[in-house]
Design a protein around this ligand. Sequence first.
Ligand code: HEM
Length: 208
Amino acid sequence: MSTHRVKIYAGFERLWHWLQALFIITLMVTGFEIHGSYSLFGYETAVRIHNIVAWAFIILIVFAIFWHITTGAWRQYMPTGDRSIVTQGRYYAFGIFKGEEHPYRKTELAKLNPLQKTTYLGFKILIVPVMVTTGLLYMFYNSWSDLWPGGLAWVAIIHAFGAFFLVIFLVVHVYMTSTGETPLSNVTAMVTGYEDIEDAPEEEPATV
Ligand code: HEM
């Protein structure tokens, strides 16, 4: 089957993706040191790096929200409301190992499959806000500790729980990047912005 080169990711989208990856991994590495899991930079330095990168992450989130709203890219994440997510889940659990075709074809207007839509929407409207909110509460504990003296324990537990969740997300996410047309095609697209997409049957040149 023939393919054509398609621009999938805009420049800002790629910059946002890789900066977000860098920030989250740095927050993860320093966060688990603060948690006491290992010693790498030293506690004080780990806290300082965690605080600086947290602010950089928040600034990036503000730009990303602005970009999603102004370009209309937020629509990419809206669920379709049919059973398509089940089809996609079945494909990753069984079909992919039997060499079946991908159930959905990426296009310029619909780059996310139904399972990605739901996962990334959850990431954006649940995990990231929970991490930012609990992180800021942690940072400004002195301003509200009188209101809820035992509150920090809850904030720490939720923040650390979210961090564990993000580790799982990262492992699955990196595995998923290898499930495109070729093992590297998804990562290449996120670097260059372009991907070779299979032509739709109706786009096949007519043979005489
Ligand atoms: C904007 C986002 C974030 C803010 C404002 C923030 C802020 C903080 C603060 C202030 C602390 C406490 C440091 C101290 O004890 O002095 C902390 C701890 C921690 N952070 Fe974050 N953080 C953010 C995002 C993240 C992310 C994305 C992760 C991991 C993926 C993460 C993982 C952790 C972990 C594991 C701890 C230790 C929790 C504990 O056991 O007490 N943080 N964070």
